[in-house]
Design a protein around this ligand. Structure first.
Ligand SMILES: [Zn+2]
Length: 321
């Protein structure tokens, strides 16, 4: 990203060093058992080291000493090594140290021979992730203000998104050609498993407001899973207004456009959720390849600014009535 297009960093990255020791034997992981039985709910932030809102939300939940009424609640700061390098003067640089943590979550990669800062951390966290019944993974976006839940391709993900109730935009998608997301690990992506996961994109990385979305979604998620009771949810930042949240809109992604050449460019500066009325409209050029919308009223989801070969440039989807 050029300096002109890098948004200003409005949020302050919290000092999370006091949470290093945790209580699980794994650095930056805290886990609490409730008095009654219930699911193991895991909330993760900082899967990408420059997505501050997740750090703020988890820091708040720990500071507020939120404890589960049922089951087990685990809170994890994930890619702390990348986060420790966060520099407001160069905020895009600390997404990861060696590689994208959110493309490593297949057995072939986790059990493979490679090693990297992110793979080592993923292997450290794998038993925790494997023991979670429900996962909320908190992220933010390069651009665009609209927060969204990514519920994966299965009906169980859509159902969980409806139970959480906000943010208003819900995107059903299958992830990236470049590798498997944490959200799609093992049972989370198995229709026969009861395990379930959502990823929330809380708005632009460093803009004020994304931290509120992160906290509200986390608390709503905990209320939806029965981990906490509604009054507790209210005191911890969910349901900030008495008005019910706006009805959710579901976008079903039909395909992800993966960059093939070194010379990829969008036709316009898309920000996300544009609806392209006519099928066959060219939205990007990838070297000699023209990329056109495959159907009428095609919705552009999360157009990327990282347009390198193998990366997802944009997802294409339909709004489901
Ligand atoms: Zn992210």
């Amino acid at each position: 990203m050029s300096e002109e297009t890098t948004p200003r960093v409005e949020l302050a990255a919290p000092d999370i060093a006091r949470w290093r020791t945790g209580n699980t034997g794994v650095a930056y992981v805290h886990s609490f058992e409730g008095p009654r039985p219930g699911p193991h709910v895991l909330i993760t932030g900082l899967v990408h080291g420059n997505e501050i809102c997740g750090a703020i939300a988890i820091d708040r939940l720990l500071s507020d000493r939120l404890r589960p009424a049922r089951g087990r609640l685990s809170l994890a700061f994930v890619n702390v090594a990348a986060y420790e390098r966060f520099d407001p003067a160069e905020p895009t640089a600390s997404r990861f140290v060696d590689e994208d943590f959110n493309r490593l979550w297949s057995p072939g990669v986790l059990d493979g021979p490679r090693s990297s800062a992110e793979l080592n951390r993923a292997r450290e966290l794998r038993p925790l992730v494997a023991s979670a019944d429900l996962l909320l993974d908190i992220h933010s976006l390069q651009q665009g203000a609209d927060a969204m839940l990514l519920c994966g391709p299965l009906e169980k993900g859509r159902s969980l998104a409806r139970q959480v109730g906000a943010p208003a935009m819900v995107v059903a998608d299958s992830g990236h050609a470049a590798g498997t997301r944490l959200r799609d690990y093992a049972g989370f992506a198995d229709p026969k498993s009861a395990r379930n996961a959502l990823l929330v994109e809380c708005g632009q990385h460093w803009r004020t407001g994304s931290e509120t979305v992160a906290l509200e979604t986390a608390v709503r998620f905990l209320a939806a899973s029965g981990t906490i009771e509604a009054p507790t949810a209210q005191t911890h930042g969910a349901y900030g207004t008495d008005a019910p949240p706006p009805p959710q809109r579901l976008i079903e992604v039909s395909e992800a456009v993966t960059v093939r050449s070194e010379d990829f460019a969008f036709e316009e500066a898309y920000r996300g959720f544009e609806v392209i009325p006519k099928a066959g409209t060219v939205i990007a050029r990838d070297g000699p390849r023209a990329i056109a919308t495959p159907y009428d009223n095609c919705v552009l989801v999360m157009p990327s600014l990282r347009l390198k070969p193998g990366q997802t440039a944009v997802r294409l989807g339909r709004q489901i009535p």
